[in-house]
Design a protein around this ligand. Structure first.
Ligand code: IPD
Ligand code: CA
Ligand code: CA
Length: 266
C-alpha cells in the first residue's frame, strides 16, 4: 500500500493549520476550565489539546472516511491499529511546555495501514518545521531530505525523557540511566516533547534519545520518520515497538544502538 503525494500534502496542510492553533494560543493557564488533570503525576490536558484533536479527526476523516482514530485525548480500542487505515494522533506533544509557553511542542500524526506505518508527520509550529516521511519514500524536514548523524558515543548529544506521569515507577531508573549515559557521551538534553526528540535524532541534531515508557501516539509518526532517515528505534530489550503498545524507547543513528542498550541496561 502506498500513499499518493497529493494525499501526503493534504494531511500536511491539515496538520499545519492545527499547528497555527497551537502557536497562536495565549494565556492557556488563565482561561477558565482550560486545564484539567488526567491520572498520573502532573498529567494535564488543555482545551487546546481537545480543540486540535477534534480538528484533526474531523478533517482527516473527510479525507479518509473509513479510517479509525487512535488519539491521546479519547477512549481507544488498540485493535484499530489492525484496520485498513488508522490515524495515530498526539494533538499536542509537549503539553507541559505548551502550558508554560516554552514554545517546544508538536502536532504528531501517523497513518497506519494493516498495522504498519504508511505516513508520519510531526510539526513544530514555533519553528515552522514539518518532519515527514512515507514508507519507502525517505524522510524530510520541510522540503529537505534528512539523514541521521554518523557520530560515535564520545561525540554524541543524547536526549532523554523523564516519563513524568509515571515518575513513581521510573523516576529513579531514568536518572540512573541518564548518569550512566552522561559519563560516556558529549552531553545530554531534555526537551519535553518526545515526538520532537525522535525527529531530532532523525535529522542528525541529536544522536540518540531514550525514555523509560512512552505511549503509541508519542512515537508512532516519529518511528517512520526515524527509520526512513536511516535510524533505529527499539525497546530497551532491543525489540521493535509493537503497534498500539506502550514501550520503553531507544532511538539512535544505528551506530550507537548496541552501546546505548548496554548503558541503559547496566
Ligand atoms: C509527553 C512528552 C514528554 C515525555 C512524556 C510524554 P504529552 O507527551 O512527550 O516529553 O517525557 O513521556 O508523555 O503528554 O506532552 O503529549
Ligand atoms: Ca505525547
Ligand atoms: Ca499530548
Amino acid at each position: 500500500m502506498e500513499i499518493t503525494r497529493e494525499n501526503q500534502q493534504k494531511i500536511i496542510d491539515i496538520i499545519r493549520a492545527c499547528g497555527d492553533t497551537v502557536r497562536t494560543a495565549h494565556d492557556v493557564e488563565s482561561q477558565d476550565g482550560a486545564i484539567t488533570v488526567k491520572p498520573g503525576a502532573a498529567n494535564f490536558v488543555t482545551a487546546f489539546d481537545m480543540k486540535v484533536q477534534n480538528m484533526l479527526i474531523a478533517q482527516l476523516s473527510a479525507l479518509y472516511p473509513k479510517a479509525s482514530f487512535f488519539a491521546e485525548e479519547k477512549d481507544n480500542d488498540g485493535a484499530c491499529f489492525k484496520d485498513a487505515y488508522c490515524f495515530v494522533i498526539d494533538p499536542i506533544d509537549g503539553t507541559t511546555n505548551f502550558i508554560h509557553d516554552m514554545k517546544c511542542s508538536a502536532v504528531s500524526v501517523a497513518l497506519y495501514y494493516d498495522g504498519k506505518p504508511l505516513f508520519g508527520a510531526v510539526y513544530d509550529p514555533y519553528m515552522d518545521e514539518m518532519f515527514h516521511a512515507s514508507v519507502g519514500g525517505g524522510a524530510f524536514l520541510n522540503d529537505r531530505p534528512i539523514r541521521v548523524s554518523a557520530r560515535l558515543l564520545d561525540k554524541a548529544l543524547v536526549l532523554f525523557g523523564t516519563s513524568p506521569y509515571n515518575r513513581d515507577l521510573y523516576g529513579r531508573t531514568t536518572f540512573d540511566r541518564v548518569y550512566n549515559v552522561f559519563m560516556k557521551c558529549a552531553d545530554v538534553r531534555r526537551s519535553g516533547s518526545a515526538a520532537l526528540d525522535v525527529c531530532y535524532v532523525a535529522c542528525g541534531r541529536a544522536d540518540a534519545y531514550f525514555e523509560d515508557i512512552l505511549s503509541p501516539w508519542d512515537f508512532a509518526a516519529g518511528l517512520l520518520i526515524l527509520t526512513e532517515a536511516g535510524g533505529k528505534m527499539t525497546s530497551y530489550k532491543g525489540e521493535l515497538p509493537k503497534a498500539g503498545e506502550k514501550t520503553s524507547v531507544l532511538c539512535s543513528n544505528k551506530l550507537l544502538h548496541s552501546e546505548m542498550l548496554q548503558l541503559l541496561n547496566k
